[in-house]
Structures are given as C-alpha cells and as structure tokens.
Design a protein around this ligand. Structure first.
Ligand code: PLP
Length: 471
C-alpha cells in the first residue's frame, strides 16, 4: 500500500505533461481545451489505478503517460454523430437514422446549404415567398391532393393538425387505433398535448360506423383515423373504411384526418410487401387530410407531410404551432429532390435507396454474399467460419410489422472469442458496424450495405479480428 502511495508523487504534473514532446506536437492539430481535459482525466485515472490494490501498476514515465493522453484526445476529437455500417437487414432502423438519402437529395442539400437560396423568396415576383411552395405542387401531383404542406416530422404533423382543426374541442378515435409508436408517441398523449379531448369509440378489435355516429356531438371537431403501422390485430376484427367515415363526417360538417404513418406513394406489392393503402388511395376515399413521414417507406429526409383539402391545409398553416414545427431548408431540399424521382416510379425504384433495398431480388443478394465471401474469409482467416445462409430482412421503422423480405446473409462464427464479444468489437470499429445475432452466429445482411461501403465493412472486420493493431 505504502509503495503504491509513494508512487502518487511521481505522477506527472499536468503542465509538465502538456509540455512533453508528444503533446506539444499534438497542440498543432488538436484544440488545447481537449488536450488539457484529456491530460487531467488520464492523470486522475492513473491516480485511481495506483490506489486500487487489485489494479496493475501503471507505467508513469512521462512519454508513456503522454501517449495515453494522445489516445484519449483522438477519441474525444471523433465526431459524436457519425457514419455506421448497418448489416442488420432492417431497412428503416430508427436507431440508425431510418432512410438513407438518394444522391439527388445529397446534391440538393449541398447546393442549398453552401450558399444562399430562394427558400422564402419568389424569384418570379421578386418578393417574399413561402417555403412550402417548393414541394406543394409535387406532393399534390404524386397524391392527387388539392393542397399540401410540410413540417418537421409526422408526429409534429399529427399534433399540428389536431391543434389547428380541433384545439379546445374533441376528436373521435377508434379504440383499435389508439397506438403507440416508438419514442413516446402515443395518440392519447398527442391529443392531450394538442388540447384536443379524446372520445374513444368501439372496442380493441371491432369498431362500427354506428359507434362513430353515436359519439358525434356539438363538441366534436374531427374524426381521426390512425394507420396501425407497427402492429396488426388479426382474427375477428372490423374497422370502418375511409369512405364511410368521410360521408359521416361531412354530414356533420367536420373533417376526417388520417395519420397514415409510412405513407406509400406507390404500390409495393410487386416486391413482396403486403397491401397497404397509398396516400392517393387514402385521399380518394374523401378523407380531408392525410399525414405521413418523409423518412419511412418514402425514403426521404425526416419530415411530416400533410396533404388534403385546401381549406383544411390553410387552417393548419395559420396555426401558431406551424411556425414552431417548420421544416428547415436542408430537409426541404432533400425532400424535393426525393419527391421529384417519384414522378417517374421506375427512377424512384432505381435511385431511392429504401425502395432499391426493398426490391432487391434474392438472386442479387446471393450474388452480393458470394462477392463478399472470399474477402471476408481472407480477412478473418482461421479465426472464423463464414457461410451463406437464408435469412429474412425487415422493413423496420414501425412500418409493415409482419412482412419479412426473403434474402441471403453471411453467417459468421468467430472461433477465438464469443459472438457477443464480436458484436462489441464491431461497435467500436471505425466505422462502427451494427448487426444482429441468430443461433450464435453474427449475420451480415448485404441488403442494407451500400456497395461503396463494402471496403469499409471489410476494414472494420479486419480491426475486429486483429484488435492488437491500434487504429
Ligand atoms: C411513424 C409514425 C408516426 C411518427 O412519425 P415520425 O415521422 O417518426 O414523427 C406517427 N404515426 C404513425 C401511424 C406512424 O407510423
């Protein structure tokens, strides 16, 4: 004990450490504030290590301590938000940023962000314009709607629509549609936050038109229909169609709002996905306002898209909350570029990453696995078994919960360490790799790996299997 305590006095002082050759050199490229903090934390750690009888004795040589500081600085200097390689096979992974953007969207962001833009400037008239005009016509063309606007995200769109159309009054919702979406979006809570009274009708599995009709009174301002996008009630069920709700609501001079969740702009059944109503079909039923996300199956940036009748959209735009939820210019640029691709559905399928990944044929996935396998085997050497197996991918992001996309993956079993250890190592690689485990094997699903990222994936695996090489 006393020996270790005696060593405390030999811990380098911070200023001496900062004056070491290594850290003096580091000052040229890294902020002083980071180096000082790293030096302080490193010395604190060493002090704790000395006081811990169980811990190994650290090297207290000035250069050795300076190297520890430099490693810490390198970690601190890395951006917190950064690129990750997704090999989970989950296309719209909410934790991994949902939809990757198409190259047109990336270019549009760059063009608009690098300098000034006509964000709110009407170039024809030479006067103030409105930001939503850049996408309104496109959205209407693609959905058949009369008017449209966009906000920060779909949760915001629902909240704004409720507040603008039913604030201070009540809205009728089926008990089968009182959903919770991940991240604390719950219909009853959103309604309360919007200042709208919730009137529940029907039961969990069955709601009839007469349930809605019986609930309408002078307080009712709106009927809300919610797409149960992240679960299904199967069996003895019944829900009321959009057509029937629209007729009922219009007899009472109130609008129907539908939260569609993902909001398909085209039918995806040819690619093995279950039948889901498109935005166009939803509007055709007579529903007054439909809201959906920009970064779910549409494959664009995070946004909330609202489309429907002009008078309803006008009311929404005038509500004070609209300003608080407004879309920013980068998102708007990306959204416009993505929507433009949909004017030619074939182009959208080829260029919107989400649609492209979704529609990949099994033969292509098999080919991708076969292309990857030799390099993977070379990288892992004798340290792992790699085989191509059948596995399914999922859409994720709370969309199409029951659908599984058939595919092929590479199953990797490390020999020298556990599969859980591999997951941890891969998370700490540069770039980090996030995947899933099945039957004690790490699965690499090529569906969610951009072709340009293949080399990076191999590099990360190399780091994971050869951790002694410092990176
Ligand atoms: C995903 C979803 C939302 C929330 O949309 P965000 O764009 O994530 O805000 C709301 N309602 C439904 C039905 C959804 O599926």
């Amino acid at each position: 004990m006393s020996d270790r305590r005696a060593l405390l006095r030999t811990l380098p002082a911070i200023d001496r450490l900062l004056g070491s050759p290594l850290l003096t050199e580091l000052e040229k490229t890294q902020p002083h504030i980071l180096i000082r903090e790293a030096a302080q934390k490193t010395v604190d750690d060493l002090r704790r290590q000395l006081l811990n009888e169980q811990a190994a004795l650290p090297d207290l040589d000035l250069d050795a301590v300076a190297s520890l500081v430099a490693i810490r600085v390198a970690k601190m200097a890395k951006p917190s938000l950064r690129k990750v390689i997704n090999v989970t096979g989950t296309l719209l992974h909410t934790n991994l940023g949902r939809a990757p953007l198409c190259s047109d969207a990336l270019q549009a962001i760059k063009d608009v962000a690098q300098g000034y833009s006509n964000l709110e400037y009407d170039l024809d008239e030479g006067k103030r314009g409105k930001r939503f005009t850049h996408v309104e016509e496109l959205i209407c063309k693609l959905t058949g709607g009369e008017a449209a606007t966009v906000v920060n995200n779909n949760a915001g769109a629902v909240m704004l629509a409720l507040a603008a159309l039913a604030g201070g009054r009540s809205a009728v919702v089926s008990r089968g549609e009182l959903i919770e979406i991940g991240g604390s979006f719950r219909i009853p809570d959103i309604m309360a936050a919007s200042g709208v009274g919730l009137v529940e009708v029907g039961t969990t599995n069955k709601t009839h038109l007469k349930d809605y009709a019986g609930a309408l009174d002078n307080e009712t301002a709106l009927i809300l229909k919610v797409h149960t996008s992240n679960y299904r009630i199967l069996g003895f069920t019944e829900a009321v169609s959009g057509e029937e709700l629209a007729v009922l609501a219009h007899q009472h001079d109130i609008p129907v709002l539908e939260d569609l969740g993902s909001g398909l702009l085209m039918d995806l059944t040819p690619y093995g996905l279950p039948r889901e109503p498109t935005v166009r079909e939803a509007l055709k039923t007579g529903i007054d306002l439909v809201t959906f996300s920009g970064d779910k199956l549409l494959g664009g940036p995070q946004a909330g898209i609202m489309v429907g009748n002009r008078d309803v959209i006008d009311k929404v735009r005038k509500h004070p909350m609209a300003r608080a939820l407004r879309i920013d210019k980068l998102t708007l640029a990306a959204l416009e570029a993505t929507l433009r691709l949909y004017l030619d559905p074939q182009k959208a399928l080829e260029q919107v990453p989400t649609l492209k990944m979704l529609s990949l044929p099994v033969a292509d996935l098999q080919q991708r696995c076969e292309d990857l396998l030799p390099a993977l085997q070379e990288t892992t050497g004798d340290n792992a078994d790699c085989t191509i197996i059948e596995a399914t991918a999922t859409v994720g992001g709370g969309a199409l919960p029951l659908s599984e996309l058939p595919g092929r993956v590479i199953a990797l079993s490390p020999k020298a360490f556990s599969v859980n250890n591999l997951i941890t190592r891969l998370r700490h690689c540069d770039p980090p790799v996030v995947g899933r485990v099945q039957d004690d094997q790490f699965l690499i699903d090529p569906r969610t790996v951009n072709n340009d990222d293949k080399e990076l994936l191999l590099l990360a695996l190399k780091q994971a299997f050869n951790p002694e090489q410092d990176h």
